[in-house]
Structure formats: C-alpha cells, structure tokens
Design a binder for this molecule. Structure first.
Ligand SMILES: Nc1ncnc2c1ncn2[C@@H]1O[C@H](COP(=O)(O)OP(=O)(O)OP(=O)(O)O)[C@@H](O)[C@H]1O
Length: 231
C-alpha cells in the first residue's frame, strides 16, 4: 500500500534520511523508533509531502505523494500543533473539519463519541481556544482530527508524549479498536517502547537516517529494542 523507493533527504552536506526500500502493507500498524535526530519526523513529513525529498519517491496506493493530491482525502495525520487552527475552540475546529470532510452532524457526533474517555471532559464544550489547551489536550484534539473522515492511513508523531498515564492507556485502546474495526493503516513514531511494541506488529528502527532493524516478531521486539537503546 505504501512504497518508499530510493528515498534520500539531504540538508547541505548532511544526509539525514537514506531509505532505499520500505513497504508498508494495508492495515499494518507500523511503529517507527529511533533516537533524537534519527529522522523519524523527516520521514513522516516527506511521506505527507510537507518536505520535499532530495531523491526518491513515496507512493500511497500507487500515487506519488509529491505529484498527486488524491491520497490526501484518504490520509489523516497529526504531527504537531501547527496542524491545528489555534484561534478556534475544539468544537469549532471539529465543526470546520466536518464541513471539509462532508460529514453529517450525526457522523461527527459518532466520531467524537469514540473520544469521550480520552477527552476526559476537558476538551469539548469548554469554550477554550485550542491555543490555550494543555499540551496533552492539544494532542488529543489533533489525534481525533487525524482520525476524522474514515482515513485509510493515519500518521501519528509521538502520540503518547505529554499524555497522562490514564490517557496513554485510553489512546492505546482506541488505536487498537480503530485498527480492528476500520482496518486503518497506522504509522506511529514513538520514544515509548512499551506502548509502541504493544500496539504495532512491526517496528522499524532508524539510526542516522537509515533503517537498521525491521522487527516483525512480536515476542522478540522488546528485547531487541532494549538491547539497542541500552547500548
Ligand atoms: N530544516 C532542517 N535543516 C537542517 N537540518 C534539519 C532540518 N530538519 C531536520 N534536520 C535534521 O535532520 C535530522 C533528523 O531530524 P528529525 O526531526 O527527523 O529526527 P527525529 O528522529 O524526528 O528526532 P526526535 O526524536 O528528536 O523528534 C536531524 O539531524 C535534524 O537536525
């Protein structure tokens, strides 16, 4: 479903990403890990055509993301708060997205009902602007927005960061449920090895822009990653 070929990103002389080939299957929950500066965000940004690659291509369902637009209607993403509209309240923001996606009010309610536990009565109906939300609540709004409109592919950059422990557990359950019910392909970058190994059936480890492990064996993932990160 997603195909990366001969992908390179260079800033001046520094090659920050070098991925000759990577395929991600439909419905896969793909975890991306690596130390600070390994290239995780750069990879996601190129895959979403937010940054141009120096060389190579990314295709989603055969469409080159840098040359076509159709894939955008089937793709959701939350990378950071720049993707939100800070001058709106969460309710206004979701209403705006509802119109963009052409959903009915009932569809939106159905969607937001899935987030009741995660929102913990701190997000909707509060008349608080997005810019004034806590970092954790910002993230919750971004994730709920990324999952709107029945996307086939969802990119989440560090979804567990800034969430309290209860919210982390609720988010994990929510992702697993979505994965089960709608067969969404999730691409999740995370520094939290426990969460990412729990929800993802495949983990790719980046080091200095290169894929150095591609782990698919659930029982061995954690031990391999722990061995790598403890050095
Ligand atoms: N606009 C830019 N100009 C120069 N270098 C950049 C630019 N954007 C990213 N980089 C470099 O690319 C490398 C990869 O950064 P990236 O943010 O993708 O890493 P990451 O794995 O997401 O890190 P983190 O875990 O800290 O979020 C880093 O060395 C970073 O300094």
């Amino acid at each position: 479903m997603i195909q990366i070929s001969q992908l390179k990103k260079q800033y001046k002389d520094a090659v920050v990403l070098d991925v000759p080939s990577l395929e991600i299957a439909k419905g896969e929950c793909f975890g991306l890990v690596g130390n600070n500066g390994a290239g995780k965000t750069t990879l996601f940004r190129i895959m979403l055509d937010l940054v141009r690659a120096t060389a190579g291509s990314v295709t989603i369902n055969g469409e080159d993301v840098s040359k076509t637009e159709d894939w955008k209607a089937r793709t959701g993403a939350y990378l950071d708060e720049h993707m939100l509209l800070a001058y709106l309240t969460p309710d206004e923001y979701f209403e705006t997205l509802r119109k963009i996606y052409g959903l009915s009010a009932a569809d939106l309610k159905l969607h937001l009902d899935k987030f009741v536990e995660l929102f913990n009565d701190e997000v909707l109906g509060k008349k608080k602007y997005i810019r004034d939300l806590s970092k954790g609540n910002l993230k919750k709004v971004g994730i709920a927005a990324a999952l709107m409109g029945n996307p086939e592919v969802v990119f989440l950059d560090e979804p567990f960061e800034n969430l309290d422990p209860s919210s982390q557990i609720r988010l994990k359950k929510l992702i697993l449920r979505e994965k089960e019910n709608s067969k969404v392909t999730f691409l999740i970058s995370s520094h939290d090895l426990n969460h990412v190994t729990e929800i993802c059936e495949r983990i790719v480890l980046l080091e200095k822009g290169k894929v150095i492990r591609d782990l698919r064996e659930k029982t061995e993932m954690m031990a391999e990653l722990e061995a790598y990160f403890t050095g």
